[in-house]
Design a binder for this molecule. Sequence first.
Ligand code: HDE
Length: 756
Amino acid sequence: ASADALANTVTHNPNKRAEHGEASRTPPEGHHVPATPAATAGTRSENQASPKTGVPPAPGVNPNDGSLQRVRADASGQRLTTNQGVPVADNQNSLKSSLRGPTLMEDFILREKITHFDHERIPERIVHARGSAAHGYFEAYEDLSSLTRAAPFAQAGKRTPVFVRFSTVAGERGSADTVRDVRGFAVKFYTDEGNWDLVGNNIPVFFIQDAMKFPDLVHAVKPEPHNGMPQAASAHDTFWDFASLMPESMHMLMWAMSDRAIPRSLRMMQGFGVHTFRLVNADGDSVFVKFHWLPLAGTHSLVWDEALKVTGADPDFHRRDLWEAIEAGNGPQWELALQTFTEEQAAQFPFDVLDATKLVPEELAPLKIVGRMTLNRNPDNFFAETEQVAFCAAHIIPGIDFTNDPLLQGRIHSYVDTQISRLGGPNFHEIPINAPICPMHNNQRDGMHRQTINRGKVAYEPNSLGGGCPHQAGMAGFTSLRTQEAPEDKVRGKPELFADHYSQARLFWQSQTRHEQQHIINGFRFELSKVTVPAIRVRTLSMLANVDDALVSAVAAGLGLPVPAPQPLATSQPIPSYPPSPALSLMARPGQQGIATRQVAILVADGVDGDGVRTIQAALEADGAVPHIVGPWLGLVVAADGAPIAVERTLENAPGVLFDAVAIPCGEQAAQTLSSLAHALDFVRLQYRHCKPILAVGKGTLLLAKAQIPAQLPDGSPDPGLIGTEPADLPDALTAFKHALAEGRAWVRESDPPAV
Ligand code: HDE
């Protein structure tokens, strides 16, 4: 009956016959029904309430009223036209000299359609090509006007719309999300005083110190130019050749080999402005500042073996996760924290604050939390928004200023320049997603794709014919901070302190937990094992030898190499030593506790315990987790009590790596069926290997036994992530399971190499 009902809802194309023979001379009107709001909106619009809270987003949340609303298009109930608005009678056939004749040149409808299609792609970003973005707002916790006159911080509770794009760096636009890479974290604030772009990363330091080296770095990490391989990976000869000849990259390499480079979710990673910037108040007083974004969901990562497999199972893993969380009303949030310090304090630090390979330990300058960012609306159109958004390190506003960091100085030039070719001319600021929402007036004119129709004959300043307008803003406008620079001395070089390449790499290493250190070792081992030139492996080890003995020994052992002599230092000055900084460990800021948005698979087959399934589902949903019924095939399975259970995903299309945890309900027949399926055995083995929580109820444990999953840890102690229970004790077991899920992973289970 349900199959019949389904067939009746499937609409077949009623016009197909009219495309042929004589009938094609009088094409009928196309099939159309009123579209559902969901089909035309595509995403939850800013006026729709969140399905989770029922609350519509607060006003001022999105910049669309002025700039995006006017360009939104909705074809519902409309007829098809050409770009010139000419109604199209037939969108199925090209114009031919006869039914079997050649296509005619004069078919302007076909030619317009194909020509537009031919040009649908624009050049992808040279770096950060793969990205995902969302709208939201930043809300200031307090009035920061004593520190800065920047508009978003003018008063407590002030909301500024934002558009945020996250990205990987090395991969091309269609590459997978879960590769080992730095993540871009670019925030466009649409402020009352112009757009401010904080174009940061999820790692607080960078590989190089001077913009002069950026093209070399990118050429080294991108697919090798002769054969176009590998995609979205640093694990190849040219990257490690360059990195091992550039010891200033050592600190960032430590971060890139750590779990920071394989986040569980874009919602669960930190963001950093990286460079030292300045805050300037209305009196012209200035302090240095570092920007930090702290995810309220905490920082969580994948396991490398898992990341490799997710890359195949769902290349859009992060994009989907962000999209789904926002659609479900679980928009992610970050707090903005500032580290501020004066010029005098900076002079006392054992490193140069203009060196982007160094961070400012929180022990030297604590974090001050100043506001919160919420992402609550997905883009309507990926290309128009996520692809065409143009971030630019030069986009600052009154109250923010640059420093002389030589990497930042180069970025100020690069971003505008790249948009001119990527977006096809100098008017990319008029693309709706890039346009400021505050007034914008100047005498710039013309150029490719100009949208604005500037009126009047005055396009110069000073003028008298236009009443002197637009007039310069004077001290109300952006003024660059007057700084006391050293006397002029034209030079290509770096300050001496830039030559300390290892002390902060060591600080990072010493600040990690045991498991994090093991993952770093494994990261270096994996990457260097992919390098084909032995000398590059040895040279990299010689850098690691300057960081830590245990680290270099473990990596060398994994490569079958002896530990080489340390690489000569670039400095003869004393090397600073730092006490460990716990904030550098991913475990440092657990964030919101709980299991909200965590994805849990419930494995089912015919004969599964229906009550058990429903109890597990309800318990997870009650705390905001997202249970999924996973079975051998789509359709319905019949539970032991005769109740039908709809299968949402199959073992084939949704392997275990896509879930944070798995529950195996009771039911002998179901357990027998699952135990006979390689996909189910792989599913639980990978859940186990990646240290994820596993709940097995009653006969469900059969599957674990068949998969040869050890019931205890090797030393005989209980595995905190493996929860077995009889059906009668399911409620208690669910409490334990949810606790394990909130903890994330049972790291004590981990072994190198994995035993299961
Ligand atoms: Fe970028 N970078 N970058 N970068 N960067 C670009 O701009 C560049 C650097 C970052 O989602 C490009 O529009 C130079 C550091 C992000 O659209 C380009 C240097 C940091 C994004 C460019 C750096 C970043 C970019 C490519 C060294 C962290 C993606 C396309 C002097 C603080 C933004 C584009 C988005 C994108 C140049 C170094 C972050 C070519 C020359 C350090 C998040 O202009």
